[in-house]
Design a protein around this ligand. Structure first.
Ligand code: PNS
Length: 192
């Protein structure tokens, strides 16, 4: 096992500023950090696997030692397959602790040589979760400061297709919006 390789597994549906904060901290601590997105979760995701990978790749492009990957099945098996010695997980509050402890101990039972390392994100992200971000966005609330700008745009585009036209996020060729009035002359030509 390579002491320098760590895996940061999760759903990342969508990636939040809290995730990015942890990725930044992890990238400073490990030689290589592999952000691994679970492929077949029981939950129906808001963003497809391809969308989450694209977002994460874009958001982490600035860190040369961060790689984005996917995994399926047992996380410990995946960690072994990439030669990782550590699993990185974030703990925001005591409420996270119980679930994380259970998962870390189960993973240790499955693979005793794999260590789980917990890191705390910045306090300003201590209440941010993908679930709450989805909930707020779905109810039309603002998610600025909770997710990167690129993710905010993706959320808005996914939830409100009209937004794209309203705020000119995508350019609509002027010609397509102009209704052409048919003059009697044109009508005659068309019939001919
Ligand atoms: O971001 P999440 O949803 O809290 O991440 C949970 C995740 C993906 C890390 C966890 O569900 C996982 O590792 N799933 C893979 C299956 C597995 O190994 N289960 C046993 C772990 S106790």
């Amino acid at each position: 096992m390579n002491k320098g390789i760590a895996v940061y597994p999760g759903s990342f549906d969508p990636p939040t500023n809290g995730h990015l904060d942890l990725i930044e901290r992890g990238s400073k601590m490990f030689e290589q950090l592999v952000v691994a997105v679970l492929r077949n979760s029981e939950k129906v995701p808001m963003f497809s696997l391809a969308e989450r990978l694209e977002m994460l790749r874009q958001l982490t492009a600035g860190w040369s030692n961060v790689r984005i990957d996917t995994f399926d099945g047992l996380m410990v098996e995946y960690a072994k397959s990439i030669d990782a010695m550590c699993v990185l997980r974030g703990i925001r509050a005591i409420s996270d602790y119980e679930y994380e402890l259970q998962m870390a101990l189960m993973n240790r039972k499955l693979e005793p040589t794999l260590e789980t390392v917990f890191m705390m994100p910045a306090v300003k992200y201590s209440y941010v979760s993908s679930r709450l971000v989805r909930e707020v966005a779905q109810a039309g609330g603002p998610v600025k400061d909770l997710v990167p700008e690129a993710v905010e745009q993706k959320l808005l585009a996914k939830l409100d297709p009209a937004y794209k036209l309203r705020d000119n996020v995508i350019e609509v060729p002027a010609k397509k919006l102009t209704l052409e009035r048919k003059t009697p002359e044109k009508k005659r030509k068309n019939k001919a």
